[in-house]
Design a protein around this ligand. Sequence first.
Ligand code: PHE
Length: 338
Amino acid sequence: MTLQELQQEHTASIAALEAAQSLEALDALRVKYLGRNGLLPGLVKQMKDVPAADRPAFGKELGAWRGEFEAQLNAKTAALQANETPTAGFDVSLPGRWHAEGVIHPVSRVIEETAEIFHRLGFTVADGPDIETKFNNFTALNTAPHHPSMDPSDTFWFDVETVLRTQTSPVQIRTMLDNPPPVRIINPGRCYRRDTTDATHSANFHQIEGLYVDVKPVSLADLKSTLAYFAREMMGPDIGVRFRPHFFPFTEPSVEVDFTCHVCKGKGCRVCKNSGWIEIAGAGMVDPRVYKHVGYDPDAVYGYAFGMGVERIAMIKYGIPDIRFLYENDIRFLSQLG
Ligand code: PHE
């Protein structure tokens, strides 16, 4: 082989490497040129037959060929391997992908926190259905037969005996019908009223009912201290509680419960309409007539009940100006509370 032929073989081998499209093709070229019986080792063996004067030039060309061939082979192998791996085209310097994370809805948060707080006081969580009997929602709660709250303009009736509950108070009835005293429960749940939706009203809202009935004396003072404890735990240590006389058919005496406005701490502001107080709940001592409906002896038990508005607590706690924000589930709103 002449030096010129050697150089032609060199060029051809590099062109073959460039044309190779697979790792198998590269391996075949490696065997062809560098293998035990390959072209380059064969040529090295033939060096002894080359005239002594031409040997240095032959040797130099062979060395250069081998060096270039090996370098090209390695580079091409690495390139083809990169294409075959699953991370092909993966740019580790790119920023990570963003995933929207959910947050717990403020209504759920208030319910969960309330359950925790009352759990510390020995209350367990009771449950009841959204669809109730007239007896549980009205009659057993001592509601007069033609009380305006039963009017179809206020209450969703399925038929004359069945309603979408207008309050969580029917769970009081269920609890007492199923359990002898003492009972100490809270019940969070949905309520339904034929209200027109505005900034503070919704036809579907949530209440948390509370009921404590015992065979030893329970007083209005116990009710107040319990709700005051709840208020401080939920809203912060400076929150005060006041009772205003009110009327509910199923409690006597009855009160409406206000918390000091957490925004102005009672000084008066826009949120509390300058009164310094915000109405949170209805409450009172369980009316003896209710005990009769559930088979409790009114002379042998003592108890209180309360019903709190969940949305109201959420709006105060998180500074939400319009109840509708709580139902739209706009993630831009919810994530601010996360
Ligand atoms: N159920 C009453 C309401 O919806 C609240 C309440 C509950 C009042 C328990 C007294 C006792 O307004």
